[in-house]
Design a binder for this molecule. Structure first.
Ligand code: UT7
Length: 323
């Protein structure tokens, strides 16, 4: 017995910024961004707090699952950075939903939700929990250099959540790291207040070698799909729905090409939201779940790659409402 997905939720900032809006202050164009990435627009935080979006997405997922906050046994947040270094975002969510369960953040960049799913699987297998809340939330707009056209056009902000319950659903999972601290890197604000600090402050924004990440991504997505299917004993063609990390439509197409998957099985929302890091797969899941896309027993394959360099895939049957 492992987990099944019992509920989903999401919450996005109000402001939608189109490619043409970016072209007003950057040397770029809708044509370049759309043809190279598949992105048309993205949501950006203005007056909202990331923590509030995380809490709202959590409440929506709990309501969808019919689970009260105090009944949750474990809360995990996939994020690179909540609004505070401490308390963790998971503790902020726990307070808001009235939970005393263990709560901690997981930073595995864009693969965070998949890492959380596998941690939940281990807690369930060890008999330490039966209901878990996974929240993902990213404020990418606050981490970017808005003068760097090769990175700032790619990302968006948002939050998503899943409630997992003990039961039949997860078929297999695979996680890995190909350690590389250079191709995607974002320094912390460092020692500003320490009288002993001797290191030079670094600009607080993302640096990325897009070409290197692209090559890694195509390879890692393909490798993880093949491995998770092997572990579950099924062929990639038997998967009903692919939910890939939404970084670049060309990466999604290139990594799936060799499996000859029908296009309708590959779910995307990158045109609307860009790359929301850890939050991409959870918002994608919530949107398609609420449209009634999935039928009981459908096989869903989540696959992602990210800074670190992390990657992974989780294969699970859609058994919502199974109890
Ligand atoms: O979650 C993980 C996060 N990261 C990723 O997923 C990134 C993976 N990489 C990519 O998605 C692609 O490599 C990019 C979308 C970042 C870039 O696409 P590309 O086809 O690899 O373009 P490129 O880097 O080879 O750049 C081609 C040209 C360059 O000009 P020159 O040197 O040929 O004159 C860039 O300066 O496009 C230029 N360029 C732009 N032009 C207009 C780069 N960014 C832009 C822009 N608008 N926004």
């Amino acid at each position: 017995m492992s987990f099944y997905i019992a509920g989903t939720g999401s919450a996005l900032p109000e402001k939608s910024v189109g490619n043409d809006d970016l072209a007003a202050f950057l040397d770029t164009s809708d044509e370049w961004i759309y043809t190279r990435t598949g992105i048309r627009r993205r949501r950006v935080l203005t007056h909202e707090k990331l923590n509030d979006l995380a809490i709202l997405s959590a409440r929506r997922a709990l309501e969808d699952a019919g689970v009260a906050g105090e009944r949750v046994d474990l809360i995990l947040c996939a994020t690179m950075r909540g609004d505070t270094v401490t308390p963790s975002l998971a503790c902020v969510v726990a307070e808001a939903v009235g939970s005393h369960a263990p709560a901690f953040d997981v930073n595995a960049a864009c693969v965070g939700v998949l890492y959380c799913m596998e941690i939940v699987d281990s807690f369930f297998a060890a008999g330490k929990a039966e209901t878990a809340l996974i929240v993902s939330a990213e404020a990418m707009s606050k981490l970017l250099n808005w003068e760097d056209r090769s990175t700032c056009v790619l990302f968006g902000d948002g939050a998503g959540a899943l409630v997992l319950k003990k039961g039949a659903g997860r078929l297999a999972g695979v996680l890995s790291t190909d350690p590389d601290s250079h191709v995607i890197r974002m320094p912390h604000i460092e020692g500003m207040n320490s009288p002993y600090n001797q290191s030079e402050p670094q600009p607080l924004c993302m640096h990325m070698d897009g070409g290197e990440v692209y090559k890694f991504a195509v390879n890692a997505m393909g490798r993880n799909i093949a491995e998770v299917c092997r572990r579950a004993g099924i062929a990639p063609a038997e998967v009903d729905w692919y939910l890939p990390h939404q970084a670049n439509i060309r990466i999604i197409d290139a990594s799936l090409r060799k499996f000859k998957i029908r296009k309708e099985k590959v779910l995307t929302n990158i045109a609307e939201y860009g790359n929301m890091s850890a939050t991409s797969v959870s918002v994608l899941l919530d949107e398609f779940a609420r449209r009634g896309t999935f039928r009981r027993g459908d096989k869903l394959l989540f696959v992602a790659f990210g800074a670190g360099l992390t990657s992974g895939a989780v294969l699970a049957e859609w058994n919502k409402g199974a109890e």
